[in-house]
Each structure stands twice: as C-alpha cells, then as structure tokens.
Design a binder for this molecule. Structure first.
Ligand code: GSH
Length: 204
C-alpha cells in the first residue's frame, strides 16, 4: 500500500488539530497522525518543526506547515483548488477569511481558552473567557438565522475552523442552550460526509 505523504501532529482533544483533521477527512486525503502532547512539543525534535511548540503541525513530504488556518488554506489550494471550501471570488474569499480570523480570535480566547483553563491548567481569566464566548455565541446565533453555514450557503473552511471549540464549549462551562441557531449549525457540520467528532472531555 502507498505510504501516506501527509503527517498531522496533534492531540485528540485539540480543536486546532481537529479542524485540520476534519478537512483532511473531508478532502479524502490519506494521512498519518502523530500524537504530540506537551512532553513531545517541548522536545528539540518537535521545536524544529514548530519553534512555537504548538500543534497542529502538518508535513507533506519535505514541506513543514504550522498553524491550523495556514494548513487548511494549503490543503485546499494544493489538493482541492476548484472546490468551494475556499472560494476565489473576492467577496466570498473575504467572508471565509473573516471566520478564520474569528477562529483565531474570539473562538481561541473564548470557548477554547475556557476549556483549556478548565482541563489543561492554561493561564487566563475563566470568567473573561466565558464572557468572550457568550458575546461570540450571541453574534453567531443572530448571524446564522436563515443561514445553514457561516460564510456562504455551503460549507467552507469557516465552518471547520469554528466548529470544534464551539461544539465542545460546555467542557469549559459554556452552555449552548440559549443559541438554537448555533446548535442547528453544529448539526449541519456533523452531517457532512466523513465527519468525525473530537474527543470529549468531562463537562465543566
Ligand atoms: N494559531 C495556532 C494555535 C495553536 C494552538 O494554540 N495549539 C495549542 C493546542 S490546541 C498548543 O499547541 N498549545 C501549546 C502551547 O501554546 O504551548 C493554530 O491555529 O494552529
């Protein structure tokens, strides 16, 4: 059997790695998965891959890529350039990019941080992270009224980038009960072919 050329370094509960894994699966790209918990991320070998010591890292042959959004953009441009995951048209591309920025901003510092403080001892203010999460979720709920997906009327990188940490917000003590449109959107992502859930953690 042909050896997979692509390797993803991540951990099962990492939403940053999960969003990349979702895309690899949905593009039907073969890949190997290397678990890189904190002990591995601090090794000289891993720091050569990513000097920031973060997952995900993706290697494709000799190529080394860091950062979930950068990796997702690469995978679509390289392996699915004519797909709708990342459109070329100016306004549509900007709409997707907006949500990639939200994934790295409000999602990272809201639901993702609340979960990381709760379960992994990350430093930060839990109540501020939860406040950021609820502001984001209120916005998303209104934004999704009448829309099935975040950026366009079809799934794009925007949905995969934001999905994992929103779906697992309750693990950081953030309830989705007040956000029915967000819950409907999560179900749309979960219904996509090749979807795989992220590893669950205990509820906070
Ligand atoms: N901007 C990066 C952030 C990745 C990130 O924060 N990864 C976490 C795990 S989910 C990590 O590696 N944390 C370890 C650290 O920052 O030292 C991305 O989108 O990939």
């Amino acid at each position: 059997m042909k050896q997979a050329q692509i390797t993803l370094y991540g951990t099962p509960p990492s939403g940053h790695a999960h969003r990349v894994e979702l895309l690899l699966r949905m593009l039907e790209l073969p890949y190997s998965y290397v678990e890189a918990p904190a002990a591995v991320r601090n090794t000289a070998e891993f720091l050569r891959l990513n000097p920031l010591g973060q997952i995900p890292v993706l290697t494709d042959g000799e190529l080394i890529l860091c950062d979930s959004a950068a990796i997702m953009v690469y995978l679509v441009k390289k392996y699915a350039p004519n797909s709708t995951w990342l459109p070329e048209e100016a306004v549509a591309a900007a709409q997707v990019q907006r949500w990639l920025a939200i994934a790295a901003g409000e999602v990272r510092y809201g639901p993702a941080l609340a979960r990381a403080i709760t379960h992994f001892g990350y430093r930060g203010d839990l109540s501020i992270a939860r406040e950021i999460a609820h502001t984001l979720l209120s916005f998303m709920n209104a934004h999704l009224t009448g829309s099935r997906f975040l950026a366009l009327n079809q799934p794009t990188l925007a949905d995969l980038a934001c999905y994992s940490y929103i779906a697992h917000a309750s693990e950081g003590g953030i309830s989705l009960a007040e956000y029915p449109q967000v819950r409907a959107w999560l179900a749309e992502v979960e219904a996509l072919p090749h979807f795989k859930p992220m590893q669950a953690l205990p509820l906070a």
